[in-house]
Design a protein around this ligand. Structure first.
Ligand code: H2U
Ligand code: ZN
Length: 346
C-alpha cells in the first residue's frame, strides 16, 4: 500500500489529464542553502515614472486619466490584434498555422502605486472583482472572441514589469490549450455524472479538510490534490457557476474576501509581497454553461524562502512535473498562517 506521506507516487489532475510526480521522502534531505532575511520594500503611493499611475504618460503617448478606482486600457504592446486574419495556412499536414485575433487590455487595481491585492481593503478588491466581471461580460460576447483570459503576474520573479497593482486580459479568437483540456474534461464529467467536476471535487475536499487553506460562505481556497508548484492553490466557487458574470452580488463579496484572505496568507508565508501568476478559468464563448465551473489558479514559484524558488526544468521539462513537499503539507502551512497581513501588525 502506498503511503502518500512517504512513498514516491504520481497524482492525476482530472481537469487536464496531466500527472505530477510527488516525492515526499525528499523533504527529509538536509537543506544547506541559507534562509536570508529580505529587506522590506517601501514604495511611494505615487511614482512619477510609473506608466500605470494616474495622470502619467504611457508608451505611445497615451495619458492615464486621474482615475480613483480601477482603470482599464488597451495594451499598448498587445500580443493579439482585433482585425488580424484568422484563416488557416497549412503548407504540409505536419506544419499547421491558424491566425489568431483578439483584444489585450491592462487593468490597474488601484491608483495607489504601493498597494497589492493583499494590502487593499475587501471593498477595494470588490471594485476589482466588478471590473473583471464587466470586462469578461463585454469581451465574451464580442464577435470573434472565443475565450477571455484574466491573469496577474505578481512580482519581478514572475516577469511582472511594474509593481503598480495590475493585471492583464487577453481575449482571443482561439480557445487556449489549457482551457480546451479543462473544457473536454468538464464536459465528459457532466455527461457521465450530471454534475460539474469541481462540484464533486469540492464536496470531497470540504468534507476531509486536509487541503483547505481558507473558506467563506461562497468560495473555497485550497491546495489541489494535483498541485505542481509548492504553494499552488485554487479558488473555487461553492455554487457551480460558469463565469464571473453569473455571480450574485453576495458571491462577488465572497470572492473579494477569499482573495484578501489568500493573498494575505501568501504574503505572511515569507513576510514578503509573495510573487505568483494567477488568474481565472471560466466558460469560453458558446460553450456549455452546465459543464463549466468558475475557478482561479494561483501558481507561486517560491519554495523555501523569499528567494529560493522552484524551477520546472530537467525532469520537468523532459518528462513530467515533480514536487517534494506534499500538497497536504503545503495546505497545512498556509492554513496555519495569520489572516492579518504582516505589514499591518503592530
Ligand atoms: P505585466 O506587468 O504583466 O507585464 O503587464 C504590463 C503590461 O502593460 C504589458 O503587457 C503593457 C505591457 O505591454 N504596457 C502598456 O500597455 N503601456 C505602457 O506604457 C507600458 C506597458
Ligand atoms: Zn504607479
Amino acid at each position: 500500500m502506498i503511503d502518500l506521506k512517504e512513498h514516491p507516487h504520481r497524482r492525476l489532475n482530472p481537469l487536464t489529464g496531466d500527472w505530477v510526480l510527488v516525492s515526499p521522502h525528499r523533504t527529509k534531505r538536509p537543506w544547506q542553502g541559507q534562509v536570508e532575511k529580505v529587506a522590506r520594500e517601501t514604495r511611494a503611493t505615487y511614482d512619477p515614472s510609473c506608466y500605470l499611475c494616474p495622470g502619467n504618460e504611457r508608451a505611445g503617448g497615451h495619458k492615464n486619466p486621474a482615475y480613483t478606482g480601477t482603470f482599464a486600457f488597451t495594451n499598448d504592446f498587445a500580443a493579439l490584434l482585433p482585425s488580424s486574419p484568422v484563416d488557416e495556412l497549412d503548407p504540409h499536414p505536419l506544419l499547421r498555422a491558424e491566425g489568431v485575433s483578439g483584444i489585450c487590455r491592462v487593468i490597474c487595481f488601484s491608483p495607489r502605486h504601493d498597494l497589492t491585492l493583499a494590502e487593499m481593503g475587501v471593498e477595494e478588491i470588490r471594485g476589482v472583482v466588478d471590473t473583471w466581471t464587466d470586462q469578461y461580460s463585454e469581451l465574451i460576447h464580442t464577435p470573434g472572441i472565443g475565450y477571455v483570459q484574466i491573469f496577474e503576474n505578481r512580482g519581478a520573479m514572475m516577469g511582472c514589469s511594474n509593481p503598480h497593482p495590475h493585471c492583464q486580459i487577453w481575449a482571443s479568437s482561439a480557445v487556449p490549450t489549457e482551457i480546451a483540456k479543462e473544457q473536454a474534461a468538464q464536459e465528459a464529467y457532466l455527461r457521465e455524472h450530471g454534475r460539474t467536476l469541481l462540484a464533486d471535487y469540492l464536496e470531497y475536499e470540504v468534507a476531509t479538510g486536509e487541503r483547505l487553506v481558507c473558506v467563506n460562505e461562497h468560495f473555497v481556497a485550497l491546495v489541489p490534490w494535483w498541485a505542481v508548484w509548492p504553494f499552488e492553490t485554487m479558488v473555487i466557487s461553492r455554487r457551480p457557476v460558469s463565469g464571473l458574470d453569473e455571480l450574485s452580488s453576495d458571491e462577488r463579496d465572497g470572492l473579494s474576501d477569499i482573495l484578501k484572505q489568500l493573498t494575505t496568507r501568501y504574503d505572511n508565508l515569507f513576510e514578503i509581497s509573495f510573487p505568483y501568476s494567477g488568474g481565472f478559468h471560466q466558460r469560453p464563448a458558446g460553450s456549455n454553461k452546465e459543464a463549466w465551473h468558475l475557478h482561479a489558479h494561483y501558481h507561486p514559484p517560491l519554495l523555501r524562502s523569499a528567494t529560493v524558488r522552484k524551477f520546472l526544468v530537467g525532469y520537468e521539462m523532459l518528462a513530467m512535473p515533480q514536487r517534494d513537499i506534499t500538497p497536504e503539507a503545503a495546505a497545512l502551512r498556509l492554513r496555519e498562517l495569520s489572516a492579518v497581513h504582516f505589514k499591518s501588525r503592530v
